[in-house]
Design a protein around this ligand. Structure first.
Ligand code: PEP
Ligand code: MG
Length: 821
């Protein structure tokens, strides 16, 4: 039995912060002779690694395992904080149980705590009592002094009756919104439907009520803010709980970017064009492989911590998905992710998991069982909508499980016959693993045109559309469709004559591509003898080999951030070195421009713990992040300089906005180079912020080269988010405003004999390539499948004519006018 000396229970504490609470409970343990004072620092450090909030107002701070030598004897101390102290996000701890454990004796206390955890009334008593003996008894297992039971009071509680008018009843999204709203109030709130009732703060309980369209429910509330809660819930329900009509547009909503268009009206799902081309075939819904778990048991304390860490990571992912989707598709389509996140806060679910953990099961097994039992309960309800919501719960379950077992998301089986793949979204690694022979086209419900899914789809040469909304996933497998990647439209079950016309269009396109491909290894020399180097944008070593095969003369952009995505910690210097070296060697003496880490914006990395930003594209992104985090930047620079021994390497810094950033980055690179005694390599900057283009004359005196990132330069010049579903089409890099910034950069570079490359998406568009060449750009870096076509287009032109074309483009008033040239 673990000691609980009543003198180590402090009633009515008021710590000002979590750290102060840990300090106070630690001091109690020191005073009792349980720990050395230095153990308090260890308790604080542990919170940085994994927070010790158990749930239901209870936290169990304790030190790191390595510091157990600072534990003098095993015991616990309790700080009762009736007002609560913020522990994590909106969770407040009211009972802080500091643990000093030399070995595993603390498990017994934890078991007891878990039982307490499941008993809200008891926790309420323990957090409000003035009698330390009540707490001591509850934690040590001696009989609890009798306390009058809290009246349930539910039947007499004030309430309102409302009608649920949403067409599909109280399904996951509206129920999620309702639960989220209810959780903002202290009052206990219940929803009564027929003979059943549910805690309004529990999404799962709400779903289990099975409230249908048109049903009347009673909402009762008791507690200090009961009235306000009822009013807020009534308003939210009458305004539809944030639901809008589903998005399936019929007819032809967007003008096609090429000649083909169905002549007969057909259901069309619109999205954002992500990779050009026309694809015909049956649909196939991508389903990721599920994580399987076995019950291995473990130390309940560390299993609880693992669970907490996995829940936190999943919640962070879901919040990010919500924010991204809200920006791109509006809040109603994003709300599903809030509903998913709500599942993670479900106290009934968490208590069940905690109980199983403290009964000796592994966190993964406990979580899986609890989710599965709820999934099957939902499936049993004779309601197709709620059965569908079981899929949501199961998805959340899998998300947390992946974090628990450290499994990467597994894309699952790919179909044997060619299909048009439909998916909610694809991770960059999923997309990269797609086999272009079986995947004719790619449509995702989420994602943006310059998200990495889209970038990789383009580099694989697969027509793609992203951000099409969840209705895409309702199409049954095998539905015949035509995907128009140019205009971002999916034509569902078109007429036979339209299918035939699409086939003919596709055949003509293939002929043109075959002709260009036959000459892909020859340089792009204009009719009057000017050579434009055509390089490749690549993301990993295998792409370098493909780029060479596609006719690349160099690598103009190695996006190193791919190495940092889809994992739980950054790659080591050695791992990075091996990758960079492989790319350099694969290029057999051709130059490789390695861009340093460009995280932030649409590329986020959970393990970096980046603070939330309202405006990620204007925040700590690219070089700004690297300059703040030398522990990321220095190993990368070291790896690049080491790889430079294997072939010609150049280094390029992304998102440079000021001369100061460039100076600091250059100084760090130089410092690393000197330490390694490596030879000098060319250092350049990406021009993707208008300020860099406007100051190009200053930069040109100092940098070795410029590489214009038109994707970002366009979004920052036109103030149009590159991922925005409505703006993406207008955010055209051939806009004269963007062209003028490019012309200015080229001019400044020419004056100081520097060279300029363009590595943004427009360089891979043959029309864009011609204008850029005319502006004076002498290297275009494009996705490998575009190389042959860009080279063929350049070979058919005279440079003097391209220069005249570019000059005319600079005087145009709009991107459309430029394209008409
Ligand atoms: C760009 O911004 O044009 C660019 C090439 O960089 P990324 O697309 O990786 O941001
Ligand atoms: Mg960029």
């Amino acid at each position: 039995m673990m000691e609980l000396d009543q003198r180590l229970i402090r009633i009515g504490a008021h710590p000002s912060s979590k750290a102060a609470a840990i300090q106070q409970v630690g001091e109690l343990l020191v005073a009792g002779g349980y720990i050395a004072p230095a153990y308090i620092a260890s308790m604080l450090r542990r919170e940085e690694v994994a927070n010790t909030y158990l749930g239901n107002g209870i936290a169990i701070p304790h030190g790191l395992p390595d510091d157990r030598n600072l534990v003098l004897r095993t015991g616990i101390a309790v700080l009762q904080v009736p007002q609560g102290v913020v522990w994590q996000d909106h969770e407040r701890a009211q009972l802080i149980v500091g643990i000093a454990a030399r070995s595993d004796e603390h498990i017994e206390v934890l078991r007891r705590l878990t039982r307490i955890l499941g008993d809200r009334a008891l926790v309420a008593r323990l957090t409000q009592t003035n009698d330390p003996q009540v707490i001591a008894a509850a934690l040590s297992g001696t009989p609890t002094p009798t306390i009058s039971p809290t009246p349930s009071g539910d039947e007499q509680a004030p309430g309102i009756t409302v009608t649920i008018s949403h067409p599909t009843g109280l399904h996951a999204r509206p129920a999620g919104t309702l639960a989220e709203l209810a959780r903002r109030f202290q009052a206990a709130i219940r929803i009564h439907y027929g003979s059943r009732s549910a805690d309004a703060k529990s999404l799962i309980e709400l779903l289990q009520l099975g409230v249908e369209h048109g049903a009347q429910v009673r909402i009762s509330a008791s507690g200090p803010d009961a009235e306000a809660a009822l009013a807020a819930l009534r308003d939210a329900i009458s305004s539809g709980l944030g639901e809008e009509e589903p998005l399936v547009l019929a007819g032809n909503g967007a003008p096609p970017a090429h000649g083909w268009q169905p002549r007969h009206s057909t259901t069309t799902i619109h999205g954002i064009s992500a990779a050009p081309g026309l694809a015909l075939g049956p649909t196939y819904r991508h389903r990721a492989r599920r994580v399987e778990v076995s019950d291995q048991g473990g130390d309940p304390l560390s299993e609880s911590e693992r669970l907490q860490a996995a829940l936190n990571a999943a919640a962070a992912e879901l919040e990010q998905l919500y924010a991204e989707t809200k920006t791109r598709l509006g809040s109603s389509k994003a709300a599903i992710f809030l509903a998913h996140r709500e599942f993670l806060n479900d106290s009934g679910l968490l208590q069940e998991v905690a109980r199983a953990i403290f009964a000796g099961h592994s966190a993964a097994w406990a979580w899986h069982q609890a989710i599965q039992s709820r999934v099957s309960q939902l499936q049993k309800l004779d309601d197709p909508v709620l059965a569908g919501r079981a899929v949501d719960l199961s998805d959340v379950g899998q998300r947390v499980l992946r974090h628990l077992v450290g499994a990467a998301y597994d894309p699952g089986p790919t179909p044997a016959t060619p299909v048009i793949l439909l998916a909610e979204d694809l991770t960059p690694s999923d997309t990269a693993m797609l086999d272009p022979d079986t995947i004719l086209g790619l449509c995702t419900a989420r994602g943006g045109p310059t998200s990495h899914t889209a970038i990789i789809a383009r580099s694989l040469g697969i027509p793609a559309m992203v951000g099409a909304g969840a209705s895409l996933l309702d199409l049954p497998d095998g539905t015949p469709v035509v995907l128009d990647g140019d205009s971002g439209a999916l034509y569902v079950a078109p007429a036979a004559s339209d299918l035939e016309a699409a086939r003919q269009w596709q055949a003509r396109l293939r002929q043109q591509q075959a002709a260009a491909s036959a000459t892909r290894h020859a340089p792009a020399v204009t009719l009057d003898g000017v050579h434009i180097e055509v390089a490749a944008n690549v993301n990993r070593p295998a792409d370098a080999v493909a780029a060479l095969e596609a006719g690349a003369e160099a690598i103009g952009l190695l996006r190193t951030e791919f190495l940092f995505l889809e994992r739980s910690q950054p790659p080591s210097e050695d791992e990075q070195f091996a990758v960079y070296r492989d790319v350099v060697q694969a290029m057999q003496g051709r130059p490789v421009i390695i861009r340093t880490l460009d995280i932030g914006g649409d590329k986020s990395v959970a393990y970096l713990d980046l603070p939330h930003e309202d405006n990620t594209f204007l925040g700590i992104r690219g070089i700004r992040l690297c300059l703040q985090r030398p522990e990321l930047f220095i190993p990368q620079l070291r790896a690049i300089y080491r790889a430079a021994a294997y072939g010609p390497v150049r280094i390029m810094f992304p998102m440079i906005a000021t001369l100061e950033e460039w100076h600091t980055a250059r100084a760090l690179a130089e410092q690393v180079r000197t330490q390694l005694e490596a030879p000098r390599v060319e250092l350049g900057i990406m021009v993707e912020v208008p300020s860099a283009a406007l100051l190009a004359d200053h930069f040109a005196t100092e940098v070795d080269f410029f590489s214009i990132g038109t994707n970002d330069l366009t979004q920052y010049t036109l103030a149009m988010d590159r991922l925005h579903p409505e703006l993406a089409r207008q955010a055209d890099a051939l806009h004269p405003a963007v062209l003028r910034l490019m012309a200015r950069t080229v001019e400044a570079a020419r004056a100081h004999s520097r060279w300029v490359s363009v590595c943004g998406g427009v360089a891979g568009d043959p029309r864009g390539a011609l204008i850029l060449a005319g502006l004076g750009v002498r290297e275009l870096s494009v996705s490998p499948p575009a190389i042959a076509e860009v080279k063929a287009a350049l070979r058919a032109q005279r440079m003097d004519e391209l220069q005249a074309l570019a000059q005319r483009a600079l005087t145009c008033r709009s991107a459309a006018e430029v394209r008409r040239l």
